[in-house]
Design a protein around this ligand. Structure first.
Ligand code: EPU
Length: 335
């Protein structure tokens, strides 16, 4: 085990941004992780799939890359099956594994880029399901004390693209593995967006988990750019949550504005709609721009930098603030 100094992370972040880090080392087990922390002489950044980060040109950090693999069934009760997956497993590989084993519950989360270990940090979600809906517990390594402890559902304090690992426990833990509860007789979640319509179009009357999986893959492929072809980090902004009274006022000015109630008093608005309506879809600023099929996604046309992406994001934030009096927050982690 050794640290590779001044390593390029260009192929290790889905934005495809050239970034040189102070040092880089992969780890596939806890012993290696412990030894790496003992050797560390600079701040450490734990890298997963690199799919939700915007990296600077030069990074002062040591980058330790989670490659802990393995997926196994650890418990069965009736139709409920608990599985454990290593933090370095590619998220979509886990979803595919579950579908291949006829275990339902993750099919709506197909094709989300990133790793299993990163999934709880921002409580990944898509098409009406979030990680929290399937989550049982995780185990994590404390960066300063070296202890390993378990976090249950409550302790993770999951919220919309949020958890304790983005708040009070930020940068304290390395996620080693997570346990999820799946089902051999799942209740399918078909109510979000285009899923039901797409299934109908495909002539599927009585869908199973593989049909939903394939539908989600198709919808995502038609709207979201493939990082292998064009660098991006998925949704760059979070969908803003505003008081429902403010939403009603907006609705009078913009009758087509979509909104989803989140509780008694608040409504979530698709940032993609706001950015699209403001005319940003497909806008290009040199080496970066706004994706032409989903305005929530910023893309790298080749050779862009974090500074240029940040300038574009700030232009969008200012414009949305002045048009709608809504403040957009970044979803991507900016280092
Ligand atoms: N919309 C537009 N124009 C756009 C994009 C969206 O008008 O350019 C409208 C759509 O017509 C629709 C609404 O906005 O009425 C919602 O769009 P969509 O279903 O595509 O979802 P989203 O809110 O834009 C969220 C997640 C995605 C996730 C999808 C599907 C966030 C920040 N993003 O996007 O997650 O895949 O729902 O569930 O919550 C990610 O986090 O990286 C990500 C891609």
């Amino acid at each position: 085990m050794s640290i590779e100094y001044r390593k390029s992370l260009r192929h290790l972040n889905t934005f495809g941004i050239e970034s040189i880090c102070r040092g880089y080392a992969p780890f596939a087990d806890i012993e290696t992780l412990k030894a790496l922390f003992e050797m560390a002489d600079a701040p450490v950044f734990i890298l997963g799939g690199g799919s939700n980060i915007l990296l600077p040109d030069e990074m002062d950090h040591l980058v330790f890359h989670n490659q802990i693999t393995g997926i196994q069934v650890i418990g069965e009760q009736g139709d409920k099956v608990t599985i454990r997956a290593g933090g370095g497993v590619i998220w979509h590989d886990l979803v595919t594994w579950a579908v291949d084993h006829e275990l339902g519950g993750l099919e709506n989360l197909a094709l989300i880029p990133g790793t299993v270990g990163a999934a709880p940090i921002q409580n990944i979600g898509a098409y009406g399901i979030e990680l929290t809906d399937r989550f049982v517990r995780l185990s994590a390594y404390n960066r300063s004390s070296g202890i390993i402890r378990s976090f249950d559902l409550e302790e993770c304090a999951f919220g919309y693209r949020d958890s304790v690992f983005k708040q009070g426990e930020r940068d304290q833990w390395v996620i080693l593995d997570i346990d999820l509860q799946l089902s051999t007789s799942p209740i399918l979640a078909l109510d979000y967006g285009a899923i039901r319509d797409e299934l109908k179009l495909a002539g599927v009357d009585d869908p199973g988990i593989r049909d939903v999986f394939q539908t989600v893959v198709r919808i995502r492929q038609s709207k979201l750019p493939d990082p292998a072809e064009i660098g991006n980090a998925g949704s760059f902004f979070k969908n803003p949550v505003i008081p429902s009274a403010d939403f009603q006022a907006l609705k009078e000015r913009y009758p087509n504005i979509p909104g989803y109630p989140v509780d008694q008093k608040d409504t979530k608005i698709p940032a993609g709609w706001l950015i699209d309506q403001a005319g940003w879809k497909g806008v290009r600023r040199g080496s970066c721009g706004v994706h032409d099929r989903q305005a929530l996604v910023l893309v790298n046309y080749g050779g862009t930098t974090a500074a240029l992406i940040r300038d574009l994001a700030n232009e969008i934030i200012t414009d949305i603030q002045s048009r709608y009096s809504i403040h957009l927050e970044q979803e991507v982690n900016i280092l």
